[in-house]
Design a protein around this ligand. Structure first.
Ligand code: GLN
Length: 540
């Protein structure tokens, strides 16, 4: 029988519920259990694909092409749980399917209501992940207890123990215990209120994880246990981590969270295998070298907008025992000042993906600077398209070259709409999405980095390299290093006459793990380190 863990959050948002859920998944896997991960998001968008990064942060793309919440990125980085469309549901998606059923007449004349029809739909989304061979399904509920839109989800998960047995379910609630400097004290009242709200709905948490800036000690955790009706040993503190998010699971092990969950669910207690993770932590804590990478983007002031890119850069650093210092640069600022002013002294330049015209000229200028000054450059999706535009303008002399996304009347649309996008009118879920195979050209930096010429990476775009210009680019020094298997779509470009200039139409950042960096990120950071050392040598 598959067991179910539900992770809810209270007091404030951004408590790191996703990270904590992912860490729980990791610990259970490291005890030999098979885990599935899932996130329920109470907002009404069918998926986050149509939301601005300012609203939502990054949209995380899965192999099957679903556009999902960025917490799924944590799940993939921490666990080996396979993720799919079944791993992320929103209110919009739940209602969409209820309404479609109603239109098909499947409710046989019933009045369709939130309880039981919407809650049944939510329950089946959760229970669907239970299958033979799966020991535990971890379902994280987005938002904060008390949100109006979260109510049907809480009601649905409240009903699940009645259906599958109390002994098969575990409720974990994550809250914040703030430290008030003025009072010199940690305050437990918001946690008490938040648990009170959960209990009003009929959910009694089995385990409380309290996020705190400083260690609390027994006095506080015992008090929380008493007021929240939770066993003393089931109040776990999660103290803020100084170095890295990858320390979170180790902190939870110290508080024996893994054993507690296994005991409470009656699961077999396998040996905890964390040696490689501990070694990774050592490498993270004591880096031997440092490298500075500029990320030139348009949502730079939003921490979550390029989440997976920042993580993938870190992973590449771990592999080289290097600390990657990320200099976040607003593309429009490059236009206002100059590339020299902002980029001088960096060891590598990365231009990430994006949509819309704002900041594009700044990105093009940053790429010109990287190309001319022989600074390692990595372009991703829009970053690749900008690299193509830059090369067309400044090397091929096509002064008005552009993407037809930004200039419909450009005489040289070196980036143009993909053929099967031309008839698309709806915005949601209609891009070229998900895993696509790609064939790499032998002898390229890209093929060397992957150690293979057959790869698969995830995509999310509408525009592509215009094949009419391919010969002209190749003849002048920018080559197509990767193509779709039918040879039609250019997926990777490189400049062989440059220390490291690689730009890809796909999103390699979605397949990087802390102990298994994505090959191009690893290659890019290695090239940046080489430049760093070379320059240090020159100044000696
Ligand atoms: N806006 C570009 C396109 O649609 C790039 C997309 C991206 O960077 N994800 O093709």
């Amino acid at each position: 029988m598959t067991k179910h863990i539900f992770v809810t959050g209270g007091v404030v948002s951004s408590l790191g519920k996703g990270l904590t859920s992912a860490s729980i998944g990791l610990l259970l896997e490291r005890r030999g259990l098979t885990v599935r991960m899932q996130k329920l998001d109470p907002y009404i968008n069918v998926d986050p694909g149509t939301m601005s990064p300012y609203q939502h942060g990054e949209v995380y793309v899965l192999d099957d092409g679903s556009e999902t919440d960025l917490d799924l990125g944590h799940y993939e980085r921490f666990t080996s749980s396979p993720l799919s469309r079944k791993s992320n549901y929103t209110t919009g998606r739940i209602y969409q399917s209820v309404i479609e059923k109603e239109r098909r007449g499947e409710y046989l004349g019933a009045t369709v209501q939130v309880v039981p029809h919407v809650t049944d739909e939510i329950k089946s989304a959760v229970l669907n992940l239970a299958e033979p061979g799966v020991d535990v399904v971890i379902t994280e509920l987005g938002g904060t207890v008390g949100d109006i839109e979260g109510q049907p989800f809480l009601e649905a998960i409240r009903q699940i123990p009645l259906e599958i047995g109390k002994q098969n379910c575990l409720f974990i609630h994550l809250t914040l215990v703030p430290y008030l400097k003025a009072a010199g004290e940690a305050k437990t009242k918001p946690t008490q209120h938040s648990v009170g709200q959960l209990r009003q709905i009929g959910i009694q948490p089995d385990i409380l994880i309290v996020r705190t800036e400083r260690a609390l000690g027994r006095e506080h955790t015992d008090k929380i246990a008493l007021f929240c009706n939770v066993e003393k040993n089931a109040v776990i503190e999660e103290v803020d981590k100084e170095f890295s998010i990858y320390e979170v699971p180790l902190g939870l092990v110290e508080h024996r969270l893994d054993r507690l969950i296994i005991d409470k669910l009656g699961l077999p207690l396998g040996e905890l295998r964390m040696d490689d993770w501990r070694k990774l932590m050592q490498r993270i804590r004591q880096p031997e070298q440092e490298v500075t990478i500029a990320v030139v983007g348009k949502y730079i002031d939003h921490f979550d907008a390029y989440k997976s890119i920042y993580e993938a850069l870190d992973h590449a650093g771990f592999a080289h025992s290097a600390r990657v210092l990320i200099k976040r640069i607003e593309a429009e600022e490059v236009e206002r000042q100059s590339p020299e002013a902002l980029l001088k002294g960096v060891d590598g330049i990365l231009v990430p993906g994006g949509f819309g015209k704002r900041g594009v000229e700044g990105k093009v200028q940053a790429i010109e600077f990287a190309r001319q000054c022989e600074i390692p450059f990595f372009g991703i999706c829009l970053g690749m398209q900008c690299a193509v535009i830059e090369f067309a303008r400044h090397v091929l002399g096509l002064k008005e070259a552009n993407s037809s996304e930004f200039d419909k009347h450009s005489p040289d649309p070196v980036i143009c709409l993909l053929e099967d996008q031309k008839t698309v009118t709806e915005k949601g879920g209609t891009m070229r999405l998900g895993a696509q195979p790609c064939r790499l050209r032998e002898g390229t930096l890209t093929a060397a980095a992957y150690g293979s010429t057959e790869i698969s990476e995830r995509h999310r775009h509408r525009y592509e390299f215009n094949p009419q210009y391919r010969q002209e680019f190749e003849a002048n020094g920018m080559i197509a290093a990767g193509l779709s298997p039918n040879g039609q779509l250019v997926e990777v470009v490189e400049i062989p006459d440059h220390p490291w200039f690689v730009a890809v139409q796909y999103h390699p950042e979605f397949k990087s793990k802390p102990h298994q960096p994505q090959p191009l990120f690893a290659g890019f950071v290695q090239a940046a380190l080489a430049r760093h050392q070379q320059r240090a040598h020159q100044t000696l």
